[in-house]
Design a protein around this ligand. Structure first.
Ligand SMILES: Nc1ncnc2c1ncn2[C@@H]1O[C@H](COP(=O)(O)OP(=O)(O)OP(=O)(O)O)[C@@H](O)[C@H]1O
Length: 239
């Protein structure tokens, strides 16, 4: 079954088209990477797929749910790490994760919360108000909140930003095993080295348009890295 299907997905702000007729399909159990220069439309795509904004035209179906018709229904099924989001300043780390578990109706929240607190080394900070955390620690809390209800599909918008190299490494390992066990990852990142290691397929956006998509290996010429592919395709498009 497809985890994500979009058909002609378009978002306009006035006359400006932030996303133009995106049609893609992501299978369950796949690790899919959305790439593109600044302003290409990556966050717009994730916001449309998670029901945070409405499309101007076209449609998206996520885990069998039509996003425009049931945006709340989609949120229940997926984990989301938005690009720019901080946990609520007035809650401690544990209180926030507790709140997320109760909203997502996690049956046994404590072991789940303990698991992510341990994974991200948040133990010494679990009773600290989120407003008093460092930027990277806030990111760890946001990622924990996306994972704590064990969703089958993860939307990750620059999830590695602000995380130290050890945490990035552990996250990569976790995401690999998550996909191996049947989870689906939809990742947007500028860290192409990570994208190359994690993703089976990719789509590259430029000025809101899809300029390339396919298996990472198939987009490469001979010895190219994903970074080489990205720079070549974006330069060709720009020219
Ligand atoms: N609310 C808005 N009103 C007007 N324009 C917007 C709005 N939100 C996004 N845009 C524009 O849509 C385009 C795509 O933005 P988006 O955030 O999706 O890009 P991105 O690929 O995620 O970029 P980055 O890599 O810099 O995060 C940009 O030109 C942006 O300025």
């Amino acid at each position: 079954m497809s985890a994500i299907i979009t058909r002609g997905l378009t978002k306009k702000y006035g006359k400006f088209e932030a996303l133009s007729g995106l049609s893609i399909e992501v299978a369950e159990g796949e690790s899919f990477c959305l790439l593109g220069p600044n302003g290409a439309g990556k966050s717009t795509t994730i916001s449309l797929l998670t029901g945070s904004i409405e499309p101007t035209s076209g449609n998206a179906v996520v885990m069998g749910v039509d996003v425009a018709k049931d945006p709340i229904g989609v949120k229940k099924l997926v984990g989301i790490v938005p690009e720019m989001e901080y946990p609520p300043s007035f809650l401690t780390v544990r209180e926030y994760l507790d709140l997320v578990c109760s909203i997502r109706k996690v049956k046994e929240p404590k072991p789940e919360i303990d698991r992510w607190i341990e994974f991200f080394g948040l133990g010494p900070k679990e009773d600290v108000l989120c407003k008093d955390l460092s930027k990277g620690t806030k990111k760890k809390v946001i990622v924990s909140a996306a994972l704590v209800h064990e969703p089958k599909l993860l939307f990750l918008d620059e999830p590695f930003l602000d995380l130290d190299p050890i945490v990035q490494h552990n996250m990569k390992d976790y995401l690999r095993s998550y996909v191996k066990e049947g989870g689906t990852v939809f990742l947007s990142t500028h860290i192409l080295e990570i994208a190359e290691k994690l993703c089976d397929r990719t789509a590259i956006l430029y000025n809101g348009k899809l300029i390339a998509s396919g298996r990472v290996a198939e987009l490469k010429h001979s010895r190219e890295s994903l970074e080489d592919v990205f720079i070549r395709l974006v330069k060709e498009e720009g020219a």
